[in-house]
Design a protein around this ligand. Structure first.
Ligand code: GLA
Ligand code: ZN
Length: 708
């Protein structure tokens, strides 16, 4: 069943818009709306950093420019996501109430400047935010242009001020109730760290405590919860007056600070800001799959609900070492990629380049030249036309048979624990290896965390599940018992959610279902590989011209495991390489095992493997489960640079075929389709079948009836 489209059957298309920077040039503002229409824009995010213009002095408000802006946009048929302005505060506020300024972990309070650097506990800040938010809601809640709230901007970071310390202590009291309990769960007897009074607890700091991993974890949880509490405060201020306007907060790329699965519950829809580094990596699938995984995470945060691409750049960023331009076609391809993965919008940062200050050279639809007749402007107009043909796709869903577990709290824990690889556990990259192997076969993947429901999937892949959160192991057992396939790796099932190691053998509560015991884990120098050979059973992995005598390669981490008697070994570590200075003394131990449990199967992968291994493991899973690609046929591996993705409405399957390579490529179609973007001479959607050719950086969007 498809979703109800959030904003009707039209793709939202627009940008962040900052008319307040141009108030002394009214001709610019008039030109803006005309050009927005020309580019077929229908949405602008307004007011994101406008506090000082809205409240130039404490308690003195000026809404005249915003009144005029919203009316002007409305008159031109452009809707608005209205922002609350808390992402950057006015200078008067910081000067009069220093408590609103953030304190770093060494106890230094920030000076006024920058943005996103206020204390989210400060009662003064909350009160001032409440006043301005309420005024905005009262004034514009019923404005015909306003269709939703853009809460603040890219919430992030933490504050270590006395107010936050006190709140953290209260958070711990609520969680642990007694100091005995806290000391036990944090293992504080170690190094004489026993706490005897709540006031002795301080946030992690290089000047003080950084070595108690459970403290670090709780601090991460607290900062995520406290920022979410602030976001809820903002939300409730506006919801009290405009209960029907949906709210969002723009999220960021695989963001480490906060647990977005917790946040998602409090927002009406998900939006995020996507800035991939196109054209920098030689391998065209790398950044495409990385970005696809991020889009899939955003979609999965609210159970598959379509989401909003709130920001992206039409040309380049200006905050990386190099500001590489998107090549012709890339902006359209990247924008349609978001739609392919569930977005019902395409929006940019920003509409018009600032004239001064730090973002004056960041990409925008309107450059300093001031018109749309530029390479970027023309492509933006063409994209507007394309999106205007895709309105019927809004609300349609991406149906995934596979889920990848990528858990932020596990990421906090695995990165922090001093253990096998302090130079970086590469949790995200390890997850991406698996994701990419499915993506390369056009198989849809939901990116979920340990709190999510597993039962709707055929296959769940969970790399490096170091920390098992409350209830997760139980869910995995039920999932496999009922016929699911679960793929796990080394360094899984090591600790509980206060970072206490499981006793009695790893992977702790998953031992029984996995059918193995991981005794040790070895870390290899970068560049060193271990060889892994197929056992007779491993012949099942022989796809894509891989022969039983071929070897796979592992690197980084090598789990040393013992299989249970009823566990099959498909691949094992090979004999030592001669004269190796670090002999692989575990030759013969398993690299890939399979254990039948209930109706299902659990695979364990002992090392971070090479691409051929993942590709072939996915082929095995396809064979086992009849996994489908976006075209709705049995999945198979696509040529480098190609992608196939689908969205389903009640009536149609929409297939997105992308070419991320800088050369032309073709793909054979097994079904007859209609082209969503191109018409024949009669003005009907062009018929498409057989082999199609894609230009460099081209995306085709096709549809066929759901039951054809
Ligand atoms: C972020 C911010 C924007 C802008 C862009 C630049 O996403 O939300 O205000 O600074 O980065 O890429
Ligand atoms: Zn604070």
């Amino acid at each position: 069943m498809a979703f109800t489209p959030l904003f009707g059957h039209q793709m939202l298309y627009g940008a962040d818009y900052n008319p307040e920077q141009w108030l002394d040039m009214p001709e610019v503002l008039d030109a803006d709306v005309k050009m927005m229409q020309q580019a077929r824009c229908n949405i602008m995010s307004v007011g994101i950093f406008s506090w000082a213009k809205l409240e130039p002095e404490e308690g003195v408000f000026d809404f005249s420019w915003l009144d005029a802006t919203l009316d002007r946009l409305n008159a031109h048929g452009i809707k608005v996501f209205l922002a609350t302005p808390s992402g950057a505060r006015p200078a008067w506020l910081a000067q009069k109430y220093p408590e609103v300024l953030r304190v770093n972990e060494q106890g230094q309070r920030a000076l006024f400047g920058g943005r996103h650097n206020h204390c989210m506990t400060s009662p003064v800040y909350r009160e001032k935010v409440k006043i301005i938010n309420q005024k905005l809601a009262e004034r514009y809640g019923k404005h015909p242009a306003v269709i939703g709230w853009h809460l603040s901007n890219e919430y992030g970071g933490s504050c270590h001020c006395p107010l936050c310390q006190e709140k953290f202590r209260q958070y711990l009291k609520d969680k642990y109730q007694t100091l005995e309990n806290l000391n036990a769960r944090w293992w504080n007897t170690f190094w004489s760290h026993t706490i005897t009074d709540w006031s002795q607890i301080h946030s992690p700091s290089l000047l003080g405590e950084k070595a108690v991993h459970a403290l670090n974890l709780d601090w991460q949880r607290f900062t995520s919860d406290n920022a979410l509490d602030f976001c809820k405060w903002e939300r409730d201020c506006v919801k009290a007056i405009t209960p029907d306007l949906p709210v969002t907060a723009n999220f960021m790329e695989f963001f480490l600070d906060y647990d977005y699965f917790q946040w998602a519950k409090e927002l009406d829809f998900i939006s995020w800001d996507s800035y991939p580094q196109w054209h920098v990596f030689k391998d065209p699938d790398y950044i495409a799959s990385y970005t696809a995984m991020n889009h899939d995470l955003m979609r999965s945060l609210k159970g598959g609900q379509p989401w909003v691409l709130m920001e992206s750049t039409p040309s380049c960023t200006n905050w990386r070492e190099l500001s590489t331009l998107k090549r012709p076609g890339m902006n359209t391809l990247a924008s349609l990629q978001a739609v392919a993965h569930g977005a019902d919008s395409v929006q940019f940062f920003q509409w018009r380049k600032s004239r001064g200050s730090s973002e004056k050279f960041h990409g925008a639809i309107i450059d300093h030249v001031g018109h749309l007749d530029t390479r970027v402007g023309r492509e933006a107009c063409d994209l507007g036309l394309k999106l205007s043909k895709l309105g019927e796709i809004c609300g349609s869903e991406v149906k995934a048979e596979v889920a990848l577990v990528f858990d932020t709290q596990n990421r906090w824990a695995i990165d922090d624990a001093q253990g096998p690889r302090n130079k970086g556990m590469n949790y995200l990259e390890h997850c991406l290896d698996y994701y990419r192997a499915f993506y390369k076969c056009g198989i849809a993947v939901d990116v979920i965390d340990e709190t999510c429901d597993l039962s709707k999937y055929k296959v769940v892949v969970a790399p490096l599940t170091y920390m098992l959160r409350e209830g997760y192991a139980e869910r995995v057992k039920n999932f496999v018992a009922q016929g699911g396939t679960y793929v796990s790796t080394c360094w899984s099932g090591i600790v509980d959610d206060t970072d206490l190691c499981f006793l009695g053998g790893f992977p702790g509560p998953l031992r029984e279902v996995m059918g193995i015991w991981e005794e040790e884990i070895d870390s290899l120098e970068d560049g060193i590989e271990v060889y892994a050979k197929m056992e007779p059973k491993g012949a099942e992995l022989c796809f894509n011209s891989v022969e039983p005598s071929d070897i796979f390669k592992g690197h980084e981490l090598c789990g040393l495991v013992h299989p249970d008697a009823d566990t099959e070994v498909l691949v094992s570590y090979d004999v030592d390489q001669p004269q190796s200075y670090s002999p692989i003394f575990y030759a013969g131990m398993p690299v890939l095992t399979r254990h039948a449990y209930g109706q299902g199967k659990a695979y364990y992968v002992a090392s971070r493997m090479d691409r051929a291994f993942y590709d072939n493991l996915v082929q095995l899973l396809i064979a086992d489960h009849e996994l489908h690609n976006g075209c709705g046929q049995k999945a198979y591996r696509l040529a480098e640079g190609l992608s196939v993705t689908a969205r389903l409405s009640d009536n149609y399957r929409y297939v997105f075929i992308g070419n991320y390579a800088s050369y032309e490529q073709s793909l054979g179609l097994n079904f007859a389709y209609e082209d969503m973007l191109n018409e024949d001479e009669q003005g009907n959607k062009q018929a498409v079948s057989g082999a199609i050719t894609l230009k460099p950086f081209e995306m085709r969007v096709l549809r066929r009836p759901i039951n054809s």
